[in-house]
Design a binder for this molecule. Structure first.
Ligand code: GDP
Length: 594
């Protein structure tokens, strides 16, 4: 077995704001890779505003630092959300993980998911207690907390003996001894070289490259990012690409890159253990292996979770169309959506009978709502339908997707969470309390039971809870949960909306627009069908909703009961006057979740 002593590959796991960007900037600066004009402001590791706001990283980025003639490839991990096995694929590229923890705040539960995966895959952890310069920093305690967490997450004995480095990314120094004043980042780089295993394998065998990620660049198109698992690859080399379906294709590597600092640079060759990028291979997909023609041996595919929820994206044909967005046509929408699936592997886009409507399927509401939000920020104007769970038929029986839901809440909210989830057919599978006053809960829940729950959860826990879910499998359909109204907002028409354009209410049949959405006069902002009448809340004057029922809304009562349908307009008798409300800004319907 050969070993590359001149390469180390690590993934960074960090909670937002624990100083990952600052620390990586420092490593780049001190290793002299920064060009003069690349200020700290070039925060490429975590550059997406939306990601920062939500505290998750959606796209993983690559960085590389040279130190003592060793190339250290640093791969970012998505904070705590995982849409379709991305975390696992990223971890396949590395031999160790750098867990970055704020010396004052300590471990945050958001990183738990990625950390558990990393430990489970046997990756060597290096713990960096960061921001030791902070007043109130408590590095020794935080190390104990990390140890407790590792034990809880099932770390093996070697992993429990994790090395620790104390750092101040801001101060630009690291030390191995917490009592010492550091001067530079060398102790951290030394620890990486010493502690993280160098890539091992066969340096001289036939080339084999496993592609773990796909990136997209407007100039060169699709870019595969992966690791050389065996031998050497050369620019211009002919390789056989092994597709997921078992077919193969002969392709030529026309552009081969490695990472230098924050950039991708063209190289002539790469060897075992190198993290590489290739462009020019149009139908390269995630998880595929490129092999030397004389030895076609695909590596196992990391599973990409199937989409469980779908939604229609439609051209906005309402009278408001074109008022808010720049990109409004079906061609705009089509191009944008199909570009998305180039890199967002757990997402699917399908044409429908209507050229104006596209079916988009993803890993849940959050996955889809992030796309909606991104598109809105990019000035797209479109409508979306209510999300639908994707069911499967197996031997003539209906099966439904089940999610493993992980929740972390302060103890006092456990009751509220359990009660809500109980009515959503969740079954508790694991529960644990920690000294910190936080309880960890794990449930199995039908995907439909999760619909609309995230927003409610945040409200119920006053924003102090954390939830995360991963696909668990398909199970026979569990029967109706409860009758519930579902709605979807026509994205973008609400102007300065900061909401996701999606909202639900769990109470039987109630529907309200969530907070932070700009609403206009005449727009229906809430519906609560009671047993013998329906109360409809109509916006009286333009405002941004701040709570579920807003003072600027006017309630109208409708009798006898009426089911709201997509194209229907409503008439009310109010103060002996006929009031007509057209649901032009809103589409809603009453659905029995089945
Ligand atoms: P990221 O979200 O993990 O990438 O974190 P950033 O690098 O953006 O840092 C988040 C905040 O913490 C910023 O306000 C930084 O100035 C601050 N920060 C980063 N590193 C340190 C540090 O070592 N010490 C202190 N006191 N603050 C830091």
């Amino acid at each position: 077995m050969d070993q590359r002593t001149d390469v180390r590959n690590i993934a960074i796991i960090a909670h937002v704001d624990h100083g990952k960007t600052t620390l990586v900037d420092q490593l780049l600066r001190q290793s002299g890779i920064f060009r003069a004009n690349e200020a700290v402001a070039e925060r490429v590791m975590d550059s997406n505003d939306l990601e920062r706001e939500r505290g998750i990283t959606i796209l993983s980025k690559n960085t590389a630092v040279m130190y003592n003639d060793v190339k250290v490839n640093i791969v970012d991990t998505p904070g705590h959300a995982d849409f379709g096995g991305e975390v696992e694929r990223i971890l396949m590229m590395v031999d160790g993980v750098l867990l970055l923890v704020d010396a004052f705040e300590g471990c945050m539960p958001q990183t738990r998911f990625v950390l558990k995966k990393a430990l489970g895959l046997g990756k060597k952890p290096l713990v960096v207690i960061n921001k030791v310069d902070r007043p109130g920093a408590r590095p020794a305690e935080v190390v104990d907390e990390v140890l407790d967490l590792f034990i809880e997450l099932g770390a093996d004995e070697d992993q429990l003996e994790f090395p620790v480095v104390y750092a101040s990314g801001k101060g630009g120094y690291a030390t191995v001894d917490p009592g010492e004043e550091g001067t530079d980042m060398k102790p951290l780089l030394d620890a990486i070289l010493r502690e993280i295993p160098a890539p091992k394998g066969d340096l001289t065998g036939p080339a084999q490259v496993l592609f773990s990620n796909i990136d997209y660049d407007d100039y060169v198109g699709r870019i595969g990012i992966g690791r050389v698992e065996r031998g050497e690859v050369h620019n211009g080399q002919n390789v056989v690409l092994c597709h997921r379906d078992g077919t193969t294709k002969n392709v030529k590597i026309t552009k081969l890159y490695q990472f230098e600092g924050l950039h991708r640079v063209e190289v002539e060759e790469a060897r075992l253990g190198d993290i590489v990028a290739v462009s020019g291979i149009a139908d390269l997909n995630i998880g595929e292996t490129a092999c030397a023609p004389e030895c076609v041996e695909p590596l196992p595919f990391v599973q990409i979770d199937e989409p469980t929820v779908s939604m229609m994206f439609m051209v906005n044909n309402s009278p408001f169309a074109g008022r808010e967005g720049k990109f409004v046509t079906s061609r705009n929408l089509r191009e944008r959506l199909f570009k998305e699936v180039e890199t967002n592997v757990a997402m699917r886009v399908e044409e429908t009978d209507s050229p104006d409507t596209f079916k988009v399927s993803g890993r849940g509401e959050l996955h889809l709502s992030i796309l909606i939000e991104q598109m809105r920020r990019q000035d797209f104007e479109f409508q979306v339908s209510a999300p639908q769970v994707i069911y499967k038929e197996v031997n003539g029986k209906k099966y439904e997707p089940i999610e493993l839901l992980m929740i972390e809440v302060p103890d006092s909210y456990v009751g509220a969470v359990m009660e809500k989830l109980g009515s959503r057919k969740a079954e508790i599978v694991n529960m644990g309390t920690r000294d910190t006053g936080m309880t960890h809960l794990e449930f199995k829940i039908p995907a439909r039971g999760l619909m609309g729950y995230r927003q409610e959860f945040l409200t119920d826990t006053n924003g102090n809870g954390i939830m995360n879910n991963v696909f668990d499998g398909y199970e026979p359909y569990k029967g109706d949960i409860q009758e519930r109204a579902q709605g979807s907002l026509i994205a973008h028409e609400t102007g300065e909306s900061t909401g996701y354009g999606l909202w639900y209410a769990q109470d039987r049949g109630r529907l309200f627009i969530g907070p932070g959405v700009e609403v206009y006069e005449g727009m229906i902002v809430g519906v609560s069908p009671k047993s013998d009448d329906i109360t409809v809340n109509v916006c009286k004057k333009k405002h941004v909703t701040n709570t579920r029922s807003s003072s600027a809304d006017e309630a109208l009562r409708l009798t006898p009961p009426t089911i709201l349908s997509l194209e229907q307009s409503l008439e009310f008798i109010k103060n002996d006057e006929l009031v007509e409300v057209t649901p032009k800004n809103i589409r809603m319907r009453k659905t029995v979740l089945s």
